[in-house]
Design a protein around this ligand. Structure first.
Ligand code: 13P
Length: 254
């Protein structure tokens, strides 16, 4: 069955001091959870080397918040999937709504990032989700289907055997407005049903995380839902006690 995954997305946050304290504090909870749930943190690229050293000897995994489509070359400011692997990343988030929005990343470009990550040994965490206006216009699945289809067209449905999906309704990110467990479950179920049109086995196996004001309070009920396989956590992943409580909620529902 699907092993739950709790992943922190630190976004543009952290200092050497806070990263040291946070990773140090998360090692024991990650070890304790390991038989039942996986724990990972996705860090700003400058901190990934530090996280690698700090997390040594524990079950805590780490990843990047993005990755480039190229492995090397004249692409100033980018981070290549090969470099990220060299620093021990397991995961790379691709297509986070903040990047789709602020950096104008199209569905096709995100699919290329997903492909580059996978081709170089990273597990892409593909973020999908609708804006508030799209939610109100009942376009949630239209948006998500297009985001998924771009990846299926480029990489094939079987690529989801080595990927994670994160449903992140944009209206719930950093707003304190969590999707209700019922809304989230219904979208997760629809995502799985859409993928099942291409390959039922792949659809059953792929982990779909929920993200958007997932915190110590909201996680337990979200994680009880049958199609929610863990969380992609922003704000609450920066505080060790809160993130630990979310990890424990995943373990309790594993
Ligand atoms: P918050 O948990 O801060 O709402 O952020 C969610 C998110 O964007 C994770 O990728």
């Amino acid at each position: 069955m699907r092993k739950p995954l709790v992943m922190g997305n630190w976004k543009l946050n952290g200092t050497k001091e806070s990263v040291t304290a946070l990773v140090t504090a998360l090692k024991a909870p990650a070890d304790k959870a390991a038989p039942k749930a996986e724990v990972a943190v996705c860090a700003p690229a400058v901190f990934i080397g530090m996280v690698e050293q700090l997390a040594q000897g524990s079950q805590l995994q780490w990843g990047s918040e993005d990755c480039d489509i190229h492995t090397q070359g004249a692409y100033t400011g980018e981070n290549s999937p090969v470099m990220l692997r060299e620093f021990g990343c397991t995961y790379a988030i691709v297509g986070h709504s903040e990047r789709r929005d602020y950096h104008k990343e199209s569905n096709e470009y995100v699919a290329q990032k997903y492909q580059a990550a996978q081709a170089n040994g990273l597990i892409p965490v593909l973020c999908v989700g609708e804006s508030e206006a799209q939610f109100e216009a009942k376009q949630t699945m239209d948006v998500i289907r297009a985001e998924l289809k771009a990846v299926i067209d480029l990489c094939g449905i079987k690529s989801f055997e080595k990927a994670v999906i994160a449903y992140e309704p944009i209206w719930a990110i950093g707003t304190g407005k969590t999707a209700t467990p019922e809304i989230a479950q219904s979208v997760h179920q629809d995502i799985r049903a859409y993928l099942a049109q291409f390959d039922a086995e792949v659809a059953q196996g792929v982990r779909i995380l929920y993200g958007g004001s997932c915190n110590a309070k909201t996680a337990p009920d979200l994680f009880k839902q049958p199609d929610i396989d863990g969380g992609l956590v922003g704000g609450a992943s920066l505080k060790a006690p809160d993130f630990t409580a979310i990890i424990e909620a995943a373990v309790a529902n594993a």
